[in-house]
Design a protein around this ligand. Structure first.
Ligand SMILES: [Zn+2]
Ligand SMILES: [Zn+2]
Length: 167
């Protein structure tokens, strides 16, 4: 796991939780990458697919690499994305930006932010195991286009999705 301009406090619970959910060790790596190449001046946002491609250089085949960032991310067809992952690849990216209450003009809620980050990190890593979006609204793989939907879904895989990850 690497941070790209992400505050350490928001990340503290994540490695332990990922290790628990996926049943593997999770290490925080100190290297980062300069994301300026992915900046779109007209949108004021960073192109997540380009960052994922660059992350590939830091990845090795035997592990999955998750990056957490405070940058606001987009893909061309959408206004924004909470994150993106390479389906059946080994890189995943999550943004804290729109998971923070401050983005919506509300006071900070660190516990809620941690919970949302865990859900979105598990979700994006789920894609790297080949999972698509799940119709079960309580499953962490259900799609979230708003932070309200992130709050409604659970932080765990449903039985069907869990089986795919186990394989
Ligand atoms: Zn997704
Ligand atoms: Zn599911």
């Amino acid at each position: 796991m690497i941070g790209i301009r992400a505050p350490a406090a928001a990340l503290d619970a994540l490695p332990g939780e990922l290790a628990r959910v996926f049943g593997v060790a999770c290490h925080v790596r100190t290297e980062s990458l300069d994301p300026e190449f992915a900046y779109d001046r007209s949108r004021g946002q960073y192109y997540s697919t380009a960052i994922l491609q660059r992350m590939q250089r830091l990845a090795t085949p035997d592990l999955r690499l998750l990056a957490v960032t405070s940058l606001d991310l987009y893909v061309p067809v959408l206004t924004f994305v909470f994150g993106e992952a390479q389906v059946e690849g080994n890189c995943a990216l999550v943004s804290l930006r729109r998971l923070e209450e401050e983005f919506y003009g509300l006071p900070p809620r660190p516990d809620l932010l941690r919970e949302r980050l865990i859900k979105e990190a598990v979700h994006e890593l789920g894609h790297t195991f080949g999972l698509r979006h799940c119709d079960d609204w309580s499953c962490v793989m259900s799609s979230s286009h708003s932070v309200e939907r992130v709050d409604v879904k659970g932080s765990e895989f449903c039985a069907a999705c869990r089986q795919v990850v186990r394989r």
